[in-house]
Structure formats: structure tokens, C-alpha cells
Design a protein around this ligand. Structure first.
Ligand code: GLA
Length: 377
């Protein structure tokens, strides 16, 4: 709330008027189901209680003025003609969302927007999807458009893929748009069917940022997407969603490992959701460790630092499970703990990691939060 008061004051200062609407969208952490979304498989993310917030007010004409509190920078363009800056920066995410809405046939109004972010940048917690959805919520409110969360998520993904030029699946945007507090979100990335699966209340979600920069992340991510598509083509299936474990014997290296990961990971997501539906946290740990091993050995997206974080977590009392989360090549691990074990986790995992690597890892205790919310102020 304090952050929101500050944002309202910033809006006042920058635009010398009051905002009429506040739109807020969360970052996400994926419990299990990695590199499955673009293979039309299953994922199980939850929105975290760290958000990007946009305060906005409509204008009479088509002028859009945007202020980013995080970058202390401005932008200005016409609501009917957003163009790329060519620099792939925060402005392109904002303009890209407008572009995608226009491209889908919606008419936009001009207005003023002030943005502030509470999702750590570049850590693999989907600050970009949070920004996209928060901005989309604001544009829709200004133009009085009623677009449901699923459609908004698809438009934001399109903005990121086609306007900004970054490849990603649909998981992050759907999690930012449609999550519900207290729940993880089981997504069938083929049908886009959603199911809310309650997180047992005695379980705490802890994210650790390894502080390893994901430098080659984008190239390697695109490479993995291509490898998965090539594996599906070789097997004659629409996507790896339709392949079975025995099919991987027909694939050359490294495609066999890539496919083995995706096939196994889809099964693990369904098993994890099943366990959570029964309120039984116990099987989650094993599934998370298996997921990590598969991402490390078959999909090859881990790093020695992420492996170390998972190893330290697995030897710590009160830890149910741990794995790398997000695209990999650096970024974060997600850890499920018995509530109350957070302090021990900090000293036995995070502190020891800092000592062994010299990296200033950070730990975030997260609550499963709501997706996009838009309200009048
Ligand atoms: C990134 C992408 C997601 C998903 C994950 C890997 O976070 O944005 O769509 O592919 O990587 O699971």
C-alpha cells in the first residue's frame, strides 16, 4: 500500500493531475513444468506477492505519456501508432501491448501512465509479463474495454514475441493474468484450460536468486525451442505433448534428451497437481528433485550454481523440495519448505551458497497471490 501511495504521489508530480485507475499484475514462480509450455504441455506456476503497478488517467486526445519510476524515464507516442524504439527496452513492452490491442481490433484512448515495479528485474520471476499485464489492464480501463484475462495474456505474449522480439511461451502471461491467492495455477498449454490448485497452508514458497546473470539465456532458450520442434517433426507428432517415452529411442542426441525431459516433466506436473489436490505435500519434493535432474542432465539448462543451491536445499531439514525455476541458465531456484523452516534455510542454504560462491544470493519468501487487478481510485 505504501508503494501505491508513493506511485499516486509520483503520478501527481509528473503529470500534475490525479490518476483515475490503478492496475497491478504480479510476477510468478513456476512450481513445476519447465520448458513444457511451448510444447503444448502442462505447467504449475503461482503468482507471487511482488507486483508491477500502473497508475493511469485518460486524456482527451490520442497522446500517450508514460513515466517509469524504476528508470526515472519518460516516453510519449500516439495511441493509434505505437512504434518500436529499436532498443528492446521497457518502452517497447509498453508500446508493444498497445500494438497488440490495436492489432486485435480494439480502439485505444490516449492517457497518462506512471509505472513502478516490485518484481526483481532479470531474475527469472517474469517482471516483463507483470509489466505487460499491468499496462494492458490500464489501457483497457482507459478505453473502457472489457477483455478477459486469458485473451489479455495471449495479446501480451504476442506483444513480447512479435513486437519486442523475445520468444516465450504462454505460462508467464497467464500466471500474471489469471492467478488466485492461495493457489497454484495448473495450465494445459494446448487447450489453455486452467485449474486452481490450493497450496497446502503449511507449505512456504521460497525463491532464491542465484545472482548468476542469464547472459546466453536468450540464445539457448531459442535453441531449445528449435530442438523440441525438430524432435516433434522427426517423430511425426504435432508437438512433444503427443510423444511417449519409448519414442525417444528413435531420436538422435541431443534431441532424445530434450524430448525425454518434456515427456517426463508433463507427467510430473500432473502428479504434483494430483498430490496438491489431495492436500498431500509429501510427493512434491521427489517430483521437484526429479524435475531438476532432468533439466540438468537431459534438457541441459542448469548451471553449477543452481545445482549447488538445490543440493544444499536437499540436505536441509524442513525442505520438501527444490529445483531451478524459469528458463534456467542462471536465475532462481524454487523451494518448498515446511512453514517455520525459513530461518534455518537462510543459514544452511543461502548463507553457505554465498560463502562457497562469493555470490550475493537473495532469498524471497513468497505468498501465492492474485493475478491482474484493476481498480478505480
Ligand atoms: C521462460 C518463458 C516461459 C517458459 C519458461 C520455461 O520463463 O517465458 O514461457 O517457457 O521460460 O519453462
Amino acid at each position: 500500500m505504501a508503494l501505491e501511495q508513493q506511485l499516486l504521489a509520483t503520478f501527481d508530480e509528473v503529470f500534475t493531475r490525479c490518476p483515475t485507475v490503478v492496475s497491478e499484475a504480479p510476477g510468478r514462480v513456476n512450481l513445476i513444468g519447465e520448458h513444457t509450455d511451448y510444447n503444448e504441455g502442462f505447467v504449475l506456476p503461482l503468482a507471487i506477492d511482488r507486483t508491477v503497478t500502473v497508475a493511469a488517467a485518460p486524456a482527451n486526445g490520442k497522446a500517450v505519456r508514460v513515466y517509469s519510476g524504476d528508470f526515472d524515464a519518460r516516453d510519449e507516442w500516439r495511441a493509434d501508432a505505437p512504434r518500436r524504439t529499436g532498443r528492446r527496452e521497457w518502452r517497447d513492452y509498453v508500446r508493444g501491448v498497445a500494438w497488440a490491442l490495436l492489432d486485435a481490433g480494439y480502439e485505444l484512448r490516449g492517457g497518462d501512465l506512471a509505472i513502478t515495479g516490485g518484481v526483481p528485474l532479470g531474475a527469472g520471476l517474469s517482471s516483463s509479463a507483470a509489466l505487460e499485464l499491468a499496462v494492458a489492464g490500464a489501457f483497457c480501463a482507459l478505453a473502457e474495454l472489457d477483455v478477459d484475462g486469458q485473451k489479455l495474456a495471449l495479446l501480451c505474449q504476442k506483444a513480447e514475441n512479435q513486437f519486442v522480439g523475445v520468444q516465450c511461451g504462454i505460462m508467464d502471461q497467464l500466471a500474471a493474468a489469471c492467478s488466485r491467492a492461495g493457489n497454484a495455477l495448473l495450465i494445459d498449454c494446448r487447450s489453455l484450460e486452467l485449474e486452481y490448485v490450493p497450496l497446502p497452508p503449511e507449505i512456504a514458497v521460497v525463491v532464491v536468486d542465484s545472482k548468476v546473470q542469464r547472459e546466453l539465456g536468450e540464445t539457448a532458450y531459442n535453441e531449445r525451442q528449435e530442438e523440441c520442434a525438430a524432435a516433434a517433426r522427426t517423430l511425426g507428432v504435432k508437438s512433444l505433448r503427443d510423444a511417449a517415452e519409448r519414442d525417444t529411442l528413435r531420436l538422435p542426441e541431443p534431441l532424445d534428451g530434450r524430448a525425454r525431459h518434456v515427456i517426463g516433466e508433463n507427467a510430473r506436473v500432473l502428479a504434483a497437481a494430483d498430490a496438491m489436490r489431495r492436500g498431500d505435500g509429501a510427493p512434491l519434493g521427489q517430483l521437484m528433485y526429479e524435475s531438476h535432474a532432468s533439466l540438468r542432465d537431459d534438457f541441459e539448462v542448469s548451471t553449477p550454481e543452481l545445482d549447488l543451491l538445490v543440493k544444499l536445499a536437499s540436505g536441509t531439514d524442513g525442505v520438501i523440495g527444490a529445483r531451478l525455476t524459469g528458463a534456467g541458465f542462471g536465475g532462481c531456484t524454487v523451494n518448498l519448505l515446511m512453514a517455520g523452516a525459513e530461518e534455518r534455510f537462510e543459514s544452511e542454504v543461502v548463507e553457505r551458497y554465498r560463502q562457497e560462491t562469493g555470490l550475493a544470493a537473495e532469498m524471497l519468501v513468497c505468498k501465492p497471490a492474485d493475478g491482474l487487478t484493476v481498480r478505480n481510485v
